[in-house]
Design a protein around this ligand. Structure first.
Ligand code: UDP
Length: 458
């Protein structure tokens, strides 16, 4: 009988920001560790952008992608509920489909790897005797906060966001209450070695979790090789002169904020590419479910300041709805990224050595932006969170100048992000810390697979 490869099933929650890292981890498991991989995707409806990302991941075909039946949450979730609530409910409702998909797999996978929203499916792995892991494509600080939440729940009265004092996490920088989002409690039940400093500290072990942590990132998408007119324009611009403005797969701004941003870009007199979406009236994340689809009145001249398009026609380029972000960030003319700080965007910026202006809109983006600006020094940030207050044109102008004009490393932001890019490359290359961490995880799965296989042969 032929010896089969170890098989891992990965579960992606809805949204590009969740799908991309799952696909990248799958590729690594197949190409570096010779695994068989099946990816289960939960979604409400596939956006055009999601379909494209899936298509590019299956040609050449490295692994199977199984789209689970769409989950309708309309009768379960309040219309005004946040994106996070929608995703959590969808993942909960998808459990019967996930269970039946895993039960009918033959041969069964050896491990189930879920993302942060998939933790309620960990018991399904247990039912089927699979190893189980939670994949958190984010930073260690966010993970520390996430697993510390059960303790905070006991210690903090009322809502975290209403606290005045920073929230203390053992061994880590304290978290500003306004940067916090709701977290799950299931992570400590997974099989994942404690390697991060805070998690290694003996005195903190009990407070955190005995669950092992494998730091395997940063995993980012490779270049797709697509070329469009956008690149003809970029090719003509001087090196590191263009600021790229984009708010992820679904972020959008209010009308007032768009007006200030347009003026800020114009006043800076620097070159820009701006991925524009029609403004929202309410919360920043309202457009999540329309991401990647042009809807309604998306002619920018109807919502940008009068004359803006004409005045900036030699300096700037507007791209409606969606741009090939990884390719843009890797272009030598791009010198800065004004970003909502989703973790994929953050990694893509660092992987290309591009300093950032942080513009967090929702969920863990606020912690990411604090990490980038205050801890790593690879970004500048507005004085007040954009989700709280409209950022004015003068401040935007100043931040753009600071990032683009930082040529001699006066503020050293550009120099620091280039160092970080270098360490990321080193960590991921053969023998690097992330490469080795993923090898240890792969070995755990391979060992169980070998045991199961030899028992079956007896
Ligand atoms: N993205 C893109 N073009 C766009 C907007 C987003 O290619 O116009 C990609 C981006 O490169 C990143 C992902 O979509 O890989 C967004 O993920 P992220 O975690 O940054 O943010 P989210 O969309 O989850 O808020």
């Amino acid at each position: 009988m032929e010896i089969s490869k170890p098989h891992a099933a990965l579960l992606s929650s809805p949204g590009m920001g969740h799908l991309i890292p799952v696909l990248e981890l799958s590729k690594r498991l197949v190409t570096h560790h010779d695994f068989t991989v099946t990816v289960f995707v939960v979604s409400c409806h596939m956006s055009q952008a999601e379909s494209q990302v899936i298509q590019s991941s299956i040609s050449p075909k490295l692994f199977d992608i199984v789209q689970l039946p769409p989950v309708d949450t309309t009768h379960l979730v309040d219309a005004n509920a946040t994106v996070v609530t929608h995703i959590a409910v969808m993942m909960r409702e998808a459990r019967p489909a996930i269970r039946s998909a895993i039960s009918s797999m033959n041969p069964r996978p050896t491990a189930l790897i879920v993302d942060l929203f998939g933790t309620e499916s960990l018991p399904i792995a247990e039912e089927h005797g699979l190893l189980k892991y939670v994949y958190i494509p984010s930073n260690a600080w966010f993970l520390a906060l996430t697993v510390h939440v059960p303790f905070l729940d006991r210690e903090v009265e009322g809502e975290y966001v209403d606290q005045i004092e920073p929230l203390r996490i053992p061994g880590c920088r304290a978290v500003r209450p306004e940067d916090v989002v709701r977290m799950g409690k299931e992570i400590p039940t997974s099989d994942g070695p404690l390697t991060l400093a805070a998690f290694r500290d003996e005195t903190l072990l009990g407070r955190f979790t005995k669950t092992p942590v494998y730091p395997i990132g940063p995993l980012t998408r490779p270049l797709s090789g697509s070329r469009s007119e956008l690149f003809d324009w970029l090719d003509k611009q001087p090196s590191e002169s263009v600021i790229f403005v984009s708010f992820g797969s679904g972020g959008s701004l209010s009308y007032k904020q768009m007006t200030e941003l347009a003026w800020g870009l114009e006043l800076s007199q620097h070159r820009f590419i701006w991925v524009v979406r029609p403004p929202t009236k309410t919360a920043a994340d309202d457009t999540f479910f329309t991401a990647g689809t042009a809807s309604g009145d998306d002619d920018p001249s109807t919502y940008l300041p009068d004359g803006f398009l004409t005045r900036t026609k030699n300096k700037g380029l507007l791209v409606p709805i969606w741009a090939p972000q990884v390719e843009v960030l890797s272009h030598p003319s791009v010198g800065g990224f004004l970003s909502h700080c989703g973790w994929n965007s953050t990694l893509e910026s660092v992987a290309n050595g591009v300093p950032m202006i942080v513009w967090p809109l929702y969920s863990e983006q606020k912690m990411n932006s604090t990490l980038l600006a205050e801890e790593l020094g690879v970004a500048v940030r507005p004085k007040e969170l954009p989700s709280k207050k409209v950022v004015g044109r003068e401040e935007i102008e100043k931040m753009v100048r600071q990032i683009i004009e930082d040529k001699e490393g006066k503020n050293a932001t550009r120099a620091r992000v280039k160092e970080l890019k270098y360490s990321a490359e080193k960590a991921l290359s053969k023998g690097g810390s992330s490469y080795n961490a993923l090898s240890r995880l792969a070995q755990q799965i391979t060992d169980l697979h070998a045991t199961t296989e030899s028992e079956a042969l007896r």
